[in-house]
Ligand binder design. Sequence first.
Ligand code: ADP
Ligand code: MG
Length: 600
Amino acid sequence: MGQIVTLDQNMINMIAAGEVIERPASVVKELMENSIDAGATKIVISIEDGGRKLISVTDNGCGMDSEDLTLAFDSHTTSKIKRTCDLRGISTLGFRGEALASIASVAQVRAVSRTKDSPGASCIEIDCGNKSSIGPCSADYGTTIQVRDLFYKLPARRKFLKTANTEMGHITEHFTRIALAKDDLDMILHHNDRELYRLLGKQGIHQRIAELFSSEFSENLIETKSSEKGLRLFALLGKPSISRTNTKFQYVFLNGRFIRDKFISHAIKEAYRGSLEPNRFPVVFLFIQMPYENYDVNVHPTKIEVRFYNANLIHSQVLGTLREKLLGTNLQMQAKLPVATAPAKAQKENMPATHRRSQEIADAMAEFFKKHRPIQTQQQLGPAPKKRFVPLHPAAGQTTKSQTVPSRRVGTNKFLQIHDGFIVAEADDGFIVIDQHALHERIIYEDLCRRIQKSRLESQKLLIPESFQLTDTQADALKTNAELLEKLGIELAPFGPKTYAIQAFPTLLAKVAPLDFVQDLIDLLTDKGLGLDTEELLDEVLNMAACKAAIKAGQKLTDNEIEQLLADRERTEHATRCPHGRPTTIRFSITELEKQFKRT
Ligand code: ADP
Ligand code: MG
């Protein structure tokens, strides 16, 4: 007898749900998109226990009559397309007719809806695909869909869900994308009876960005737009001062839909070339409008990717518009005075006012050149790792290029700093070339590891706490990782609505700007760190700390500093590799040299 059977419809829906409904955030996304397609101007979302217990979305859209309400939860039912030709030029967010059927096959769903011309509302309940009969009920115009106990009959999927905080982070991310894409909507988000966001459609995109992220974000954006060949762009470009360590804060929207696209990402990266250090990424909000017929949205189940029919045109227009604006804007003038750490401030307090001012300007200049100086390419010496340099002091890079630098002898060791990036030192059987940043990074990393194994890092109070804004997701990430922060010796305290202040900072990282560090730490905790266990996360953080605290490539060192580095090298266990595994030192033996010079 044959083995093959046709799957029943509920089974088909459950399989389809695996594609579109990955976690609570996917449900929230699909329901919000339906509300928008229904013409809603207000959406209220209530979540309990990170969406595990309840996801409820209420809108004031067109609603459904009882007949449509029953049909909406069947698979492949939609009001958005009718004929194959409708697939070309989809103007709605949904069209696959799968979401409601998928959601209802993996949870307990209650839906209440009322159209404008109906005297009352209808209500339907579905329990993992089993529909109860539809009945009348009382409700306002619009639709409410409540989804309870997601995946409760699928323990394997439920077990895969992360903590309420993590799931809420994903939900907030989808909420943010839609809030940015549709900035004329009133939107409210609750979690466990706490109101996280109340956004008003009249406030405009800048205020929305301030509420969703921070006022620092919204105050540091450059606006630009263009319109050519049916392609309209509107972009808010983050200044270098708010750049990040990853691309998480690059939001691209195509006709009101959040998308990810490698051509567009590449164009953004190219547009910022030279304005940012190679490992920094800009904050960008890019809104693209173009005819629906010019791309295909039916290529990905969650519609996050689209296929452009003319990707080159998009790439060149995005690159051209952004680059022109960035080059035409004097980003230098807007470089902020660096926030001084407490001890530095204390010293400055004792200086006369004029001296203090010039010191501040000098600091700002140094900071500016660190961040903005065009990148120079280094001449290679032997098989040293390829590396680019950003000279710290404007004059420093030039002297080494035009003059010969005398070698220095300390004790029995002869050494020489070249191109402000490498140290060449004599060794017993030849010489070594040291990558100053990589070696110092390794030394600090080992020191941090040793100390943190014993107890928490020693910290020192900041005389003036440094405050910063953060979103609820970021605040939650800090709470979840309270133990890690404590270990690091970072003390944070609430400092007003959505604002925290850094009260204390590790002594070992005295050279690192606390605000900069904490912001990058938050990025790590809310993004890359999500899948890591405690130990891996700590390692990532220590890596980051070591990299930030280490001497930079391009930094001129004094004899004493070089001596210290060489002495520390002797004491460090794995001095030959930096924490990322790159070599810190390359050795050349006399025998090798003699061979090269054909002496042997
Ligand atoms: P799709 O959005 O792809 O059409 P869904 O399964 O998400 O498929 O929804 C099925 C249909 O149910 C939609 O086409 C729409 O007609 C109707 N619908 C869903 N949500 C709402 C809502 N909030 N308000 C009005 N109609 C809705
Ligand atoms: Mg839909």
